[in-house]
Design a protein around this ligand. Structure first.
Ligand code: BMA
Length: 847
């Protein structure tokens, strides 16, 4: 097989649509481009448009939605031999494409989630040929489809559910509305003879005796040319085991089985190691001289290699006293899922690099996550993503790509959805990280609750995808992995019996908090598995300063149209204000509001995570909405679009730590909950003190305790510890080994916090500074917003609550020439105290 990558030599033209006058000539004559790329990256590279992520530029590019494009290049191909196939392979077309060779249509596409292969052997000419790919406006196509099959309700106004293009291409409540068009994966020519490896699907299991089993399902494509029916040999090897199988003359598939005794197990991070083994599959022609000799092979026709890992996975959805479980079991061990939802890490997908994905996944592991959920409004991610998850032990829950809408079950959509599902279920079989396929996001819930039933007037809405089509694809192609019909979803019930978002059954999305009620309401329910919950907060200041500016180039304030363009949620700022008001008040000055917004986001999520973890094993997972951003925006993300961790990231790291102590209500009063997500007993003595905020001790106790591996202990607390005399001036401080928890009885707005609770000092270090702070009175959520001084600076901790007398050290990495004294005051050094106290006094801090 020989490959020719068609990366270069393309010309891109706009062929229809309202192109702005100043670009018309350039886009008519054409830009020199290389692929992969899409409309927006091509125009950006050519300097024809401004960065769409900056300021108000997104708005100015609306014309691009209705443009049709054409890519064209020359193709010089050798004439094929009699037995030689010549295929044109397109890794991904975004989206509505027509591929022409010398003016004749060879392929039509309408699904960006699929790859395509066309046999062009009979069209190869001895002259220079022209390859052309025309891309029509996906929005226009979707509108025409909505007209043809009848509209279907969706969470946003544009009909993203009518075309198989990344749903969030059309804008989302955290994403820009930039509809790319183009060749978003590589394009190449492949020449081959006899047969090729068309698909390799290793199904990996582990027998009860510890033998790792790899059932390798091999599909071959025959050339259909002389010699194409030959007998073939498949040779597979992994971890010292190898096997040879035959594909009979004319046959197109084979299954070979590899057995690895005492296979070392692959574990999720925090549970064990991640041994990976190269699985190699070779396809050869059988040796014509010795056709019956299995090991006698002729020429090598194709090789395929991926790394696999040995592990089992099951999803326990059994019925119990509390409802219906939703517990993942890996290698037989039930685990609490510490997760975050993943969206495309750059809206302009072709810019994503392996390095950028690796940095994001390192932040996920750094926040003590063990799972990412690839959400259904994005894409099936790149090989890089899943390989890097395999290496890190980050489990992956993969949605099929349906989100927040009713989807027609009519053709051609139905076949496209099935075809893309088949492609990716097969493609992702090697990855041990992938543990769950899920039939879509908020489709069943939307149908139940969002008024769709009336709008639909009996039209199809996608029930069949969730309950039949996608389930059947997984059952056929990858029975080693569990399938969930949707998120949220109540397994085991018909649509009328139990509400899909019932917290007692299966998965739950908690969106009442954020949209309607205070975050304290998280505690009102004990979901079996919360696969979405979260709270917005603004991005870091440095990100705002780079990308969200007013006319004068200063950070755009909260009410400024540019800020609002980077705040996509319905009444987003209103919800932020109402969310922080009962806890911190709503500061007037933007710098204070920004800090309060970030702090409240972090606290809301931490509150939820501690609550959910405290209910393990009844609650078996918490997947925060959302880990990452795809551009600079105010959103639910823990890491902003410029890759900087928001305070939420530190809160997640603390709340998802292996060992956590927390005070939670049980039976009408506070109890101590000790969460031990490690393989060893947690044996220790908890020190409990009811203190005044100035540190004077009012009541104290020592509580020896032992909590088993992978479990949570609940401990009652003495009356004197949990009964404050003056709730506005007291706190309960719990210390157990390195874990600490400070509980207060009233919200910060009602707490008598000291306005200046810290003394602070700074010393230089090799790569920056160390800041040491000591609390003279309770200091809540001490944080250094170091990006204020240097956009490249990082700090090793944040949101550290210090009881009076306690100290903390922060290591700041920076190479910028800053004044170190600036690290010791607002707007860099912040606490909850400094938002609440001045607000209560009608003053403000910060700049
Ligand atoms: C859920 C998600 C996303 C959305 C988030 C925040 O609906 O599935 O669609 O971004 O809530 O509103």
């Amino acid at each position: 097989m020989t490959l020719t990558d068609l990366r270069d030599g393309w010309t891109l033209t706009a062929t229809a649509g309202d192109v702005p006058d100043h670009l018309a000539e350039r886009l008519r004559t054409g830009l020199r481009v290389h692929v992969p790329g899409t409309s927006h990256t091509h125009l950006l590279d050519a300097g024809l448009i401004d960065d769409p992520y900056l300021d108000d530029h997104e708005q100015r590019l609306a014309w691009m939605k209705r443009v049709d494009w054409a890519y064209e290049r020359e193709l010089v191909l050798d004439l094929p031999a009699d037995d030689e196939r010549v295929d044109l392979v397109l890794g991904g077309v975004d989206t509505v494409g027509t591929v022409l060779l010398d003016g004749e249509v060879v392929l039509r596409t309408r699904d960006m989630h699929r790859s395509y292969r066309v046999d062009v052997r009979d069209r190869v000419r001895p002259t220079t040929q022209r390859l052309r790919v025309e891309i029509a406006s996906a929005l226009a196509y979707a509108e025409a489809e909505a007209e043809r099959v009848g509209p279907r309700p969706a969470a946003y106004t544009q009909p993203f559910n009518m075309v198989r293009k990344m749903a969030c291409s059309f804008g989302w409540d955290w994403g820009p509305d930039l509809q790319t068009a183009g060749l978003w994966r590589p394009v190449r020519v492949e020449r081959w003879r006899v047969a090729r490896l068309a698909g390799v699907r290793p199904l990996v299991t582990v027998e009860p005796d510890g033998t790792g089993v790899v059932e390798v399902h091999v599909d071959v494509e025959r050339s259909g040319l002389p010699g194409g029916d030959a007998g073939l040999v498949v040779h597979a090897s992994v971890a010292g085991a190898d096997v040879v199988g035959r594909v009979a003359p004319g046959a197109t598939s084979a299954v070979v089985r590899l057995e690895v005794p005492h296979a070392p197990l692959w574990w999720p991070v925090g549970h064990g190691g991640q041994p990976l083994h190269a699985l190699t599959v070779e396809l050869s022609a059988a040796d014509v001289a010795a056709p019956a000799e299995p090991r006698g092979t002729g020429p090598l026709l194709g090789t395929w290699t991926r790394r696999i890992g040995f592990r089992t996975v099951e999803l326990d959805t059994s019925v119990d006293d509390h409802g219906t479980a939703f517990t993942l079991r890996v290698n037989g061990r039930p685990l609490f899922v510490k997760g975050a939802n993943w969206i495309p890490d750059d809206h302009l997908l072709t810019r994503l690099t392996r390095e950028r994905v690796a940095r994001r996944l390192d932040q996920a592991v750094g926040a003590h996550l063990n799972l990412l959920r690839v959400w259904g409004g994005g894409v099936y991610e790149s090989e890089d993503f899943y390989e890097l998850c395999d290496e890190r032990g980050l489990l992956v829950w993969q949605d099929f790509l349906l989100a927040c809408a009713a989807y027609p079950e009519e053709q051609p959509l139905r076949d496209e959805i099935e075809a893309e599902a088949r492609e990716h279920v097969a493609r992702l079989t090697p990855h041990p990280s992938l543990v769950l396929w899920n039939g879509g996001n908020e489709n069943l819930w939307g149908h139940e609750d969002w008024g769709w039933k009336d709008d639909l007037e009996g039209r199809t809405w996608g029930h069949a995808y969730a309950t039949e089509v996608l389930a059947a694809v997984v059952a056929e192609l990858d029975p080693t992995r569990p399938y969930a019909a949707n998120s949220p979803f109540s397994p085991g019930f018909g649509p009328q019996e139990v509400h899909p978002n019932d917290p007692d059954h299966g998965t739950h999305h908690q969106w009442e908090v954020w949209n309607r009620v205070d975050y304290s309401v998280y505690r009102d329910e004990v979901p079996r598995f919360c696969s979405e919950f979260g709270f917005q907060g603004p991005p870091t200041w440095a990100t705002l300063r780079r990308a969200v500016r007013d006319e004068d180039g200063a950070v755009a304030g909260k009410e400024h149209p540019t800020f609002l363009l980077h705040q996509k949620a319905d009444d987003g700022n209103g919800k932020l204000d109402r969310g922080m008001a009962p806890h911190l008040g709503v500061p007037d000055r933007f710098a204070d509001w920004h800090w309060a917004g970030q702090l409240n986001q972090a606290r809301a999520v931490r509150f939820a995570v501690e609550h959910y973890r405290s209910w393990w094993p009844r609650t078996a997972g918490a997947i925060v909405w959302q880990l990452n951003d795809c551009w600079p925006v105010t959103s639910w993300a823990a890491v902003d679009g410029d890759e900087r961790p928001k305070p939420l990231w530190y809160a997640m790291r603390a709340a998802f730590a292996e060992r956590v102590v927390t005070v939670q209500p049980r039976d009408g009063r506070e109890a101590l909950l000790v969460v031990n997500d490690t393989p060893t007993l947690w044996k220790g003595v908890a020190r409990l003190e009811r203190q005044r905020l100035d540190g004077s001790v009012l009541a104290s106790a020592e509580l020896p305790l032992t909590v088993g591996a992978w479990s949570v202990g609940t401990f009652a607390l003495a009356e004197a510890l949990v009964t404050p005399v003056d709730p506005a001036r007291e706190a309960l401080v719990v210390t157990l080994d390195h874990a600490r928890h400070v509980h207060t009885w009233v919200e910060d707005v009602a707490l008598d916090l000291h306005p200046e609770p810290l003394t602070a000092g700074v010393t230089p270090t090799q790569d920056g500074y160390e800041v040491e702070v000591v609390a003279r009175s309770l200091a809540k959520d001490v944080t250094l917003l170091v990006d204020r001084l240097d956009p490249g600076a990082r700090v090793d901790d944040a949101l550290v609550t210090l009881p009076a007398g306690a100290r903390a050290r922060f290591r700041v990495r920076t190479s910028a020439p800053i004044d170190p004294q600036d690290l010791l005051r607002a707007p860099v050094l912040r606490t909850a105290n400094d938002v609440v106290v001045p607000a209560a006094r009608g003053a403000a801090v910060g700049r």
